[in-house]
Each structure stands twice: as structure tokens, then as C-alpha cells.
Design a protein around this ligand. Structure first.
Ligand SMILES: Nc1ncnc2c1ncn2[C@@H]1O[C@H](COP(=O)(O)OP(=O)(O)OP(=O)(O)O)[C@@H](O)[C@H]1O
Length: 386
């Protein structure tokens, strides 16, 4: 077995409470094919490479990381839309890999998805009534549109749209309204878990806040559990109870949202957080940005050992290059035991025993984290809008 496919073991305290969904050692490796006749596999994209996580009933788990780190693929694997290369997903106590046919269809009702771009996820030829009714019919919730109508009106009301919307088509709505329809559609089959993949990144900032607030209200009203995949730290912070930070197909840190933002421990999370502007001008003045050297490596050829070592300002020879760190509870006084970090040197970095290497390159030369509108930092105003 190659180094890339070694599943990191997980140590430490798993989150307690009523777990709705658990991913165990999930891997999704996409084959890279070449050749017209023989279609030879010449390598793999290690999109997700050994992820363990648990999501408690009623909580919002935010998954964050740079573009291409495997967030969406992990979300799709949890939905069984992407068959995992290895590992299992336990949903409500059942391994969903063992389900087929009718059983899988019934379980699918419990897990729904909200997509980034509602325009491409909603069939433009279908009216809102037809879009909302479709899932209800497939899952035997209503036989015909007439029978479904009171429920459809209720759904629209829940997402803040009038009954008149039922007769209209997706192109007749604004982006925010279309996302509301996408959410109503997910809700139409009474799911337990909603996987929302970048649910607001295609929307204007002011509309983003409205949709995030709507998701929160609906969670309370319907007792929903959310897995929110997003690259915008401000969005994830606002909506999540817990957050997992992904880097090149693996979780590098997991913590309660407040703990993660107050004291990130993994060097990658520290770098992400250090790039977020602070509204307080005094603190902002003192904010020291941690620059990352080098580009994000390709997931088809990830670095050996710690995936992050090629860009880590605290890397140490030779352990970081040779040993893949496990996700573990660090031995640091006062750290919440639900905070887990995949770094060999968490304690030494926190105590200052290991110092950060001096970065001589400028932000641009160093392959600094993108701070544009689509970056992990997102538009500055979203924090204010929420
Ligand atoms: N069907 C596929 N076949 C081959 N490679 C794929 C496939 N789907 C995703 N990938 C690759 O897997 C890696 C992870 O992709 P994924 O979309 O999960 O990342 P992400 O973190 O969600 O990024 P983004 O925010 O840009 O969507 C990327 O390198 C991507 O190119």
C-alpha cells in the first residue's frame, strides 16, 4: 500500500452526544486514465484520503478548506452520490453502503442536498410546483399535485416565498429566491440531514446573510442537522457549531467553532485565521499574517508524511516529511478535548519551543492565501451583514 493510501488513525475524544452521521476512514480516489483503446489507469487523484468525522443530531458541522481540498467530494460521499474507495458512512446507525434499491431510496429521503448554484440545480423547464412536488411523489409523500398543494404552500411560506411562486419558473426569480426554492425542495421530503455545498457563495453579500439566517431558522423549526461545505470562513463561523478544516483530502483540525476561531492550533488553520481582517482597528494593527510558502500541491501527488509540510512555517526535519500525523487531542492545558489537531508539534508550537521559520518572500512570492472575493476570507462585509 502506498504512503498516500495510509489511513491516519484517529486518537482522542470523539464528540459525545447523539450522532446522526459518522464517516469512518472515508477515501475517494479518482482514477486518472490515459489511452484511447485500453483506458489505462496511470494514477489517482486522492480527493479524500482517510476522513473520520461525526455529526451530532441537530448540529451544524462546517467543512472548510481551500478549493480542491476535497470538501465537496466528502459531502457527496456522505450522500452516497460518490461511492467511496474505502471507508463507510453510518447514518442513523446504518451503514449506507449496505443499502440498495428501495432501502437506499428511503434512506436518501433523510439526506438532502442544497447546491451552490440553484440555477443549474433546478430544471428550468419545470415550474416551482413541479420542482417541489417531484421529490414528494418519488418518496410517496403525496400522490398528486392537488393533494400536495397545502404542503407546497407551507414549504414556500417556510422559506419566505408567496403561494404565487408555485406557478412560476426558476428564471423568473432572483438568485436568493432561487436558493430559497432549492432549500424548499430539499425540505419537501422531510430530511434529517441537509448537506449544503457552498449554499451562499453564488449570492450577493446582503442576500447571503438572509439565506444563512433562513437556514438557521429552518434548523430550529424542523430539527435539522447540517453539513455545510464552504470556503468562506466568515460564513462557516457564523453558521457552525463545529468546524473541520480540510487540507489535501484530510482533516487537519476539528473543533467547536468558538474554540477554533479563538485559538487555532494547526499551522494551516493558524495561517487561514491570520489572514482574516479583524474589525477592531487596535487588534487589526497588531495582526501578524502567517504567510504560506509554495503552491497547494496536487492531490494526485500529495507530499509524503504530513501533507502540509511543504508549506508549513513550523516544519521540522525529518518527522514531518516521513510520518503522517494523526488527528489527536493535544496535551495543552485548557484546550477543549473536542479540539483535535493533526500535527506532530502542536504542543511545542503552542509553547513557543518551536519557532516559526522566517519568511523572506513577499506575500505574492510566497503563494500567500488568496484574499480575493472568492477566497477563504470571503468578502469583508459578510461578517457585518450577518
Ligand atoms: N469526478 C472527478 N474525477 C476526477 N477528479 C475529481 C472529480 N471530482 C473532483 N475531482 C478532483 O478532486 C479534488 C477535490 O475536489 P473537490 O471538488 O472535492 O474539492 P473542493 O474542496 O470541494 O473544491 P471546490 O471548493 O473548488 O469545489 C480536486 O483536485 C478535483 O479536481
Amino acid at each position: 500500500m502506498s504512503e498516500q493510501t495510509t489511513t491516519p488513525t484517529v486518537e482522542g475524544t470523539a464528540p459525545d452526544g447523539d450522532v446522526l452521521v459518522e464517516a469512518r476512514g472515508i477515501k475517494v480516489h479518482f482514477p486518472i486514465k490515459r489511452g484511447v483503446i485500453f483506458d489505462k489507469t496511470i494514477g489517482h487523484v486522492y480527493a479524500v484520503d482517510g476522513v473520520d468525522l461525526k455529526i451530532r443530531r441537530g448540529e451544524t458541522y462546517g467543512l472548510v478548506g481551500e478549493s480542491g481540498c476535497g470538501k465537496s467530494t466528502l459531502g457527496r460521499a456522505i450522500l452516497k452520490l460518490e461511492p467511496p474507495t474505502d471507508g463507510s458512512v453510518i447514518f442513523d446507525g446504518i451503514d449506507i453502503a449496505t443499502l440498495e434499491g428501495e432501502e437506499l431510496r428511503r434512506k436518501r429521503q433523510d439526506i438532502q442536498m442544497v447546491f451552490q448554484d440553484p440555477l443549474s440545480s433546478l430544471d428550468p423547464r419545470q415550474s416551482v410546483e413541479s420542482l417541489l412536488f417531484e421529490g414528494m411523489k418519488a418518496h410517496g409523500i403525496a400522490k398528486n399535485a392537488k393533494e400536495a398543494r397545502p404542503r407546497l404552500v407551507e414549504l414556500l411560506e417556510a422559506v419566505g416565498l408567496p403561494e404565487a411562486a408555485l406557478a412560476k419558473y426558476p428564471h423568473e426569480f432572483s438568485g436568493g429566491q432561487r436558493q430559497r426554492i432549492g432549500i424548499a425542495r430539499a425540505l419537501s421530503v422531510n430530511p434529517k440531514l441537509i448537506v449544503a455545498d457552498e449554499p451562499v457563495s453564488a449570492l450577493d453579500v446582503s442576500v447571503q446573510a438572509q439565506v444563512i439566517n433562513l437556514l438557521e431558522d429552518l434548523q430550529e423549526e424542523f430539527g435539522l442537522t447540517y453539513l455545510v461545505v464552504a470556503h468562506d470562513l466568515a460564513v462557516v463561523r457564523h453558521i457552525s457549531d463545529r468546524i473541520g478544516v480540510m487540507y489535501l483530502g484530510a482533516l487537519v483540525e476539528e473543533a467547536e467553532a468558538d474554540d477554533l476561531y479563538a485559538a487555532p492550533l494547526h499551522p494551516y488553520t493558524r495561517a487561514l485565521m491570520s489572514a482574516v481582517p479583524v474589525p477592531d482597528p487596535v487588534i487589526e494593527d497588531r495582526r501578524e499574517q502567517i504567510l504560506l510558502t509554495g503552491d497547494l500541491p496536487s492531490p494526485s501527488n500529495p507530499p509524503t508524511g504530513c501533507r502540509f509540510h511543504t508549506r508549513c512555517p513550523w516544519r521540522q526535519e525529518t518527522k514531518c516529511e516521513t510520518e503522517r500525523p494523526v488527528l489527536r487531542v493535544p496535551e495543552i492545558a485548557g484546550v477543549n478535548p473536542s479540539q483535535r489537531v493533526a500535527c506532530h508539534w502542536t504542543e511545542q508550537i503552542a509553547s513557543g519551543e518551536i519557532e516559526r521559520h522566517a519568511v523572506t518572500a513577499t506575500a505574492t512570492e510566497a503563494g500567500d492565501l488568496d484574499t480575493g472575493p472568492d477566497s477563504l476570507m470571503g468578502p469583508a462585509s459578510i461578517s457585518e451583514a450577518l
